[in-house]
Design a protein around this ligand. Structure first.
Ligand SMILES: [Zn+2]
Length: 359
């Protein structure tokens, strides 16, 4: 099936299509507004569609847009699933399906990876006893370079060279510093926040009710921008010795599952969604997989993130704002038809594997 049309040009259209199609399928569809508006002054919502069973034994959760702009693909995969309703409706009778559209509606609508408070939501899900403070020890060293307090410029070739130099001389240092998140530079890249986000509050209040009384949950959270072009991997937060690892490799194949924990590196990643969900629902066997689809090389993605962040905080519409925003969208939702088609197809296949009763 050709799913290309399921790719929406913006958040508002994506949301409208998700709602309309969920209702047409006969599923419950609930909107959870956040306290911010879209660039055109419209309401922003996380939308949740739920397909039966009333008392499920097992629930499959499929979520998109935790990282805002990454939601273009996740939303397209969700719509492709709804278009092929039989994929959802052929599930076993004791299985519920929950589709969560745009976990970060602000970032999706404003074309950002971050939320309304500049927060990287996948670093905001700290456990109740954890403090919103601290940064990897080298982040302050990279801060001036990563987060200039000026609008972006298209005439900065030395910036790329500088990034190349960092990669050349400090690859390990950069890897252990950037993606792990920081809690001290509120306008900087990869900021985890000062408090629980609106998204976290909505999940804390409603996740348990969405999944019903299921004792088993399999949650697929769709992302883009990491890994090789047009390929995917499924990241999990557990050791390779764990039962969940065995279970998930049986279901999805040993080659696609990758452990994302930081075993062996100096800084422990905090605030990821999966650990938080497990902690919220201790009675339940909760497996979360982050499905990551590769786009461009990390160096280009970082350059685009940096430019967009400058445009967002320090730019005006005439100061390369649109250039920075559209460059960011290309990094996380490439226009390439081959990329889109293959990634949506792979995404739908992963959902089918998640719904399968085979294991
Ligand atoms: Zn992501």
């Amino acid at each position: 099936m050709n799913y290309l049309e399921t790719f929406s040009p913006d958040y508002a259209i994506a949301r409208e299509r998700f709602r309309a199609k969920s209702l047409a399928c006969g599923y419950d569809c609930i909107a959870y507004p956040i306290d911010r508006e879209s660039p055109t002054g419209e309401e922003l919502t996380i939308d949740v569609a739920i397909a039966g069973a009333p008392n499920p034994k097992r629930t499959v959760v499929i979520s998109s847009g935790l990282h805002g702009v990454e939601g273009f693909l996740g939303s397209a995969i969700q719509l492709a699933l709804l278009e092929q309703q039989q994929i959802i409706d052929s599930r076993s009778p004791d299985t519920r399906v929950v589709l969560i559209h745009a976990l970060n509606p602000y970032g999706f609508a404003w074309r950002r990876r971050w939320n309304e408070d500049n927060v990287d939501l996948n670093r905001n899900f700290l456990l109740p006893e954890e403090e919103f403070a601290g940064s990897p020890k080298n982040y302050p060293k990279f801060n001036a370079f990563l987060n200039p307090t000026s609008p972006p410029s298209q005439l900065e070739p030395y910036i790329l060279q500088a990034i190349w130099l960092i990669l050349k001389y400090g690859m390990t240092s950069l890897r252990n510093t950037l993606p792990v998140g920081q809690y001290d530079f509120p306008k900087g890249l990869f900021f985890g926040g000062n408090a629980p986000s609106q998204t976290q509050e909505i999940l804390a209040e409603n996740l348990s009710q969405w999944i019903g009384n299921a004792s088993e949950v399999l949650h697929l959270d769709f992302h883009t921008g990491l890994g090789k072009w047009r390929t995917y991997r499924l990241l999990m937060d557990a050791s390779s010795q764990s039962k969940s690892h065995t279970r998930l490799t049986e279901r999805f194949g040993v080659d696609t599952i990758e452990i994302s924990s930081t075993e062996g590196v100096s800084y422990q990643i905090r605030g990821g969604l999966g650990t938080w969900c497990k902690n919220l629902l201790p009675e339940c066997r909760y497996d979360l997989l982050t499905a990551e689809f590769g786009t461009y090389p990390a160096i280009k993605v970082l350059q685009a993130l940096r430019a967009e962040n400058r445009a967002h905080h320090w730019g005006k519409p005439q100061q390369n704002y649109e250039w920075a925003k559209s460059q960011l969208v290309e990094m996380f939702a490439p226009v390439s038809y081959r990329w889109r088609e293959q990634c949506i197809n792979q995404g739908v296949e992963i959902c089918k594997q998640a719904l399968s009763t085979a294991t």
